[in-house]
Design a protein around this ligand. Structure first.
Ligand SMILES: [Zn+2]
Length: 205
């Protein structure tokens, strides 16, 4: 079963609406969630014998939500899977659970894929999870600038240079939308642990 189907099976049994609260989902599956002081590099883990998901109490709430969704994914993944593949599967499961396919696509289209509007509705997911998810459903380039450096740049359904385009640099500098003959660039500035800028670049029809 793929990730989308697996999440659909789960959400059809527990019901789902945005924003998705993964603590509630874990509880409805008979799991306990415990918040504890853990080392800074540990997001969380599952205690098999007691059905408890332990989460780093110091993490941001969005990250805790993702960790819990990830651990739920680990429990529902297909049995035979290599360790690395398993982690990726659980991450995909978590993104799909926090941003359920049909809700995300419906609202995304309605909101013109405006990241700020998506973040408002799906507030339990992080900006990054939302931005990366848009690539699955909408043709654009997503660039994440973290502390003034390109940290993530990926596109779907269109060609783009690996380096930032002039319009994109202008959007970052002016902190506003830039439209040229070639493309339209939207820009969102966010302060998380670091200063981040999210860019969405689309071709102009
Ligand atoms: Zn894991």
């Amino acid at each position: 079963m793929d990730v989308t189907d697996s999440v659909a099976v789960l959400t059809s049994s527990v019901g789902i609406e945005a924003p998705v609260n993964s603590v509630d989902i874990a509880r409805s599956l008979g799991l306990q969630v415990r918040f504890e002081d853990l080392p800074a590099d540990v997001r969380g883990f599952f205690l098999e014998n007691s059905n408890v998901i332990v989460v780093n109490a110091k993490d941001r709430q969005e990250r805790q939500n993702f960790t819990i969704a990830h651990e739920i994914g680990e429990l529902r993944k297909p049995k035979k899977m290599a360790a690395l593949r398993r982690e990726k599967w659980a991450d995909e499961f978590a993104a799909e659970l926090l941003l359920p396919h049909h809700l995300f696509v419906e609202y995304g289209r309605h909101a013109g894929w405006d990241l700020a509007k998506l973040k408002e509705l799906f507030c339990t997911a992080s900006w990054e999870v939302i931005a990366r998810r848009v690539l699955k459903h909408h043709n654009c380039v997503i660039t994440i600038i973290d502390n003034r450096k390109v940290y993530f740049r990926r596109g779907s359904g269109m060609k783009f240079p690996s380096k930032l385009m002039a319009e994109e640099i202008e959007a970052i500098e002016s902190n506003s939308q830039v439209i040229s003959d070639q493309c339209c660039v939207r820009c969102w500035s966010v302060v998380e642990e670091t200063e981040r800028v999210f860019l969405m670049t689309e071709t102009v029809e």
